[in-house]
Write a protein that binds this ligand. Structure first.
Ligand code: G6P
Length: 589
């Protein structure tokens, strides 16, 4: 993952502009960070491990700079491995997002030519490749272009030359250019990081590169070096405010935004839903795909499509779709919910099936993403930025959307919208109920000190407890294990014993009795059960009452689980918004 950023313009101090951009890109990785600026014809670099923060004065004042926030792939988290990396003669510095898959081969060829390496990164291979090309190439831009062509994998780079030129090239990992209100130029891994300052954006496609020199922007093809026409879009995120407000953490604020995101899903026009419903009904096969939390959302959507749409939909996990790549083609529909629209595992499948002319639908929150661009049916979550690395409100919006698409396929779109409206109201009431919140918090402080937690669910709640598990693991680092309620007796029952805690979410539906049956079996072995349900049961040792919203009950049930995970992380004094080792947007494989 990693985020890259660049600034050129007279209006701002580059150190501050880049620093602010990196802080907004930190969701992409927060192991280490670095900034490079040009001043008086030379480049200065400052790099640190840990969260982005600035020791003012260590870099000269400048109007041109680049920066990087790192999520380590090749090489440990050290100052030396942090980007940007200098060229040997310090005539340029480079930052990188991606993985150079052929780095070992390139490195040994460079070593044979006498090039020395000081870091453990694959990024330094790109730096040395450019240096080697510079021996013959007429310009730095040409050396960058030719070197970039030698790289395998999904990579994006940004290069700062001591002349003040900035060059960036994209193949896989995202890259946008923003035009500032005072004609300054921004380059970044996403629109959001420079959104307050830019009026229009240019989203680079794979295989494109851009050079910025004294305010002149050149967009060209990496393959041919030929110029490409620049098409700018309005920056729709300009006025989006990013603030925790009165909340202690973004995660809590975002959980409280659930009613808002559900209403955003309802707002999308009937025609857009119906067009996708028609494509689904016509399809030979329907697949849903996502990674991590979006994978759980994709699976929940497939469940809804099967249950309400009577469509034999199949869920795929982005990184585990290998054997499906040859099966999906024209006539099939592939549906991808994704916060970023840039997740590499999913994009790789989408690009492949797009080439085979399968129909693609996506539900994305970040504007200008590659997934949206690849899609025949483009839905936007319009949920506002999700800052906490743990996804909460986006998961709610993804499954609400999945539910509505399934209702559209069923021919009951209006009923689906009404049900979601009620769900938004009930969720709002629940979140405003201080007694409910205090109860969740009480359970969280108890459960946070367990070594293991088990979650049981079935039917509409199966993916919900799976996502509850994901949230608990991400936030509290407590080992959690989601078990399909009916499968318990086949294996995990061996783990049930006195002192063991089991969490369950139960709805008033046709599988309720069967879940309660599994809970009996758990209790009979001495484990204790914490139930989330509309009404209590004699087998719940602890109980959290939630309203019965019928068909949308599972969507509501994720809220207490998200809150539970939140308060567990708070109880353990963890960095709630930035849990260790993970990143929000995974644009490398
Ligand atoms: C990462 C994040 C998850 C997210 C997943 C997919 O693993 O930590 O929260 O669900 O990527 O991201 P996407 O942008 O496709 O929703």
């Amino acid at each position: 993952m990693c985020g890259i950023f660049g600034y050129a313009g007279a209006a701002r101090d580059a150190r501050e502009a880049v620093l602010e951009g990196l802080q907004r890109l930190e969701y992409r990785g927060y192991d280490s960070w670095g900034i490079a600026v040009v001043s008086n014809g030379s480049i200065s670099v400052d790099k640190h491990i840990g969260l982005v923060g600035y020791d003012a004065g260590s870099l000269p004042r400048s109007h041109i700079g680049i920066g990087h926030t790192r999520w380590a792939t090749h090489g440990k988290v050290t100052d030396v491995n942090a980007h940007p990396h200098y060229s040997s003669d310090r005539s340029f510095a480079l930052a990188h997002n991606g993985i150079v898959e052929n780095a070992p081969a390139l490195k040994s060829s460079l070593q044979k030519d006498g090039f020395k390496f000081i870091s453990e990164t694959d990024t330094e291979v790109i730096v040395r490749l450019i240096e080697r090309r510079m021996r013959k190439a007429k310009t730095l831009s040409e050396a960058v272009r030719l070197s970039f062509k030698d790289l395998e994998g999904r990579n994006t780079i940004i290069v700062l030359a001591k002349s003040g030129e900035i060059i960036a090239a994209r193949n896989g990992s995202p890259l946008v250019l923003g035009l500032g209100t005072s004609s300054e130029i921004y380059l970044s891994s996403d629109v959001f990081s420079c959104a307050p300052h830019v009026k229009s954006i240019l989203v680079l496609d794979n295989g494109e590169m851009v050079a910025v020199r004294e305010r002149a922007i050149t967009l060209s093809s990496i393959a041919t070096g030929k110029k490409i026409k620049q098409v700018y879009e309005k920056n729709l995120l300009k006025d989006v405010v990013v603030s925790k407000g009165a909340y202690d953490h973004y995660m809590l604020k975002e959980i409280y935004e659930a009613p808002f995101v559900i209403r955003q899903v309802i707002k999308e026009s009937d025609a857009t839903y119906l067009a996708l419903a028609r494509a689904i009904k016509r399809a030979r096969r329907v697949y849903t795909i996502g990674s991590g939390t979006a994978g759980a959302a994709a699976a929940q959507m497939a469940f809804y499509l099967r249950l309400y749409g009577h469509i034999d939909a199949k869920e795929l996990i982005g990184a585990e779709a290998f054997e499906y790549k040859s099966l999906i083609s024209k006539g099939d529909v592939l549906i991808a919910p994704s916060q970023s629209g840039e997740t590499a595992d999913v994009l790789e499948v989408l690009e492949l099936v797009h080439a085979r002319r399968a129909t693609i639908a996506s539900f994305v929150n970040m504007p200008g993403s590659m997934m949206t661009r690849l899609s025949d049916h483009k839905f936007m979550a319009n949920a506002g930025p999700e800052i906490c690395v743990m996804s909460t409100k986006i998961f709610v919006s993804q499954i609400a959307w999945g539910y509505l698409v399934a209702k559209a396929v069923e021919g009951k779109l209006a009923e689906g919208k009404r049900n979601l409206k009620k769900l938004a109201t009930e969720t709002e009431k629940l979140l405003a109920d201080d007694k409910f919140i205090a109860k969740v918090r009480g359970h969280a402080s108890r459960l946070a000190h367990k070594e293991h937690l088990y979650l049981l669910g079935k039917g509409q709640n199966l993916q919900i407890i799976r996502e509850g598990m994901v949230k608990i693991i991400e936030g509290s680092y407590v080992h959690a294990h989601a078990i399909p309620a009916g499968d318990l007796k086949h294996y995990a029952i061996t783990l049930m014993a006195p002192g063991v805690s089991v969490i369950t979410a139960v709805s008033n539906d046709e599988v309720r009795a069967s879940v309660l049956n599994a809970i009996h079996e758990v209790r009979a072995r001495g484990a204790s059960v914490f139930g989330i349900a509309p009404q209590t049961d004699e087998n719940f040792d602890e109980f959290l009452a939630v309203p019965d919203t019928k068909e949308t009950s599972a969507i509501l049930n994720i809220i207490p689980l998200q809150l539970l995970a939140y308060y567990m992380a708070v109880e353990l004094d963890h960095n709630v918004d930035k849990p260790r080792n993970i990143a929000k947007s995974v644009t490398v494989k």
